[in-house]
Design a protein around this ligand. Sequence first.
Ligand SMILES: [Zn+2]
Length: 310
Amino acid sequence: MKPRILNAWSSVRKDPEGTPVSVISLESTGVPHSIDVERPLRIGPGDYLIRTTLKGVGLTMAEDEILAADGLMRRFAVLRGPSPETVSLEIRAEFETEASFSLAEGMPHLIEITLSGKPLLALMSGRRIAVDPGHGGKDSGVKGPVNLLEKDCTLAIARELAEIIRSCGGVPLLTREDDSYLEPGLRLREVSLSSPELAVEIHLSGERDPLARSYHIRSIPHCPRSKALAGSISKALRENMGIVFGPVEELSGEGSPGFPLARVEPVCLTYFSDEANFRAPLFRRRLAQGIMNGIARYIRASENGGSALL
Ligand SMILES: [Zn+2]
């Protein structure tokens, strides 16, 4: 019987040097005749196509496009063809990065295509990113229907985000790492001393009506860089989580801290299913990864001289 691809998924790992890598895993009933990984082809800003062709193998799984959105790989499609007994992978990467493959024989065989995270490390290395988990201590913020508190949720997202920033070589600067109360207006004072590149404030939204749902993204008024940062995070969270924000709103009563700042409210805590989703670690991880993707794309666009590249 001809070999067949049964299943495909993606994951993020670290290579032996500690560099983050994106890996596509394919389970196959046999060994393909050949695996050809092409050089990245530039489709647009921050968008590269890496075509991979596996010959002498068919497809049992349905053709599929799978979202990765892990900061390195946007998504990949598993397709039949272009010739009979051929399967092609169309991988969309955020960087012009190297891809390689490996094959582990077994039952089933495991084919892995690995994208190097070196360009992401080069982009983020040494960047100081301030993260402000909203509320804390006596200030609980919004309360969910099953009693989750905003202050605990914002800290959970901030911790995940800090871990992702660190894994890309960046330096997270958290305004609080525990349940401390911080005076409003002075929250960013400490981290400002370290001259962060940008800051993200994390909050959750709440509504009086338990059936209402709202999400907000805000930036410092009259600050195009803050607006570009907020816009980039909004777009990335829509890609990662399907969250639809309205236009970027303006923060009221905040002076400019001297660096771009965005406030994101990606969860409506008073809405029962948002609160339930928040309890799942994978949900929190994907939220943090979405915020991170927005930050990284904003930095990349700034490096390239304009928000048009977002
Ligand atoms: Zn809040």
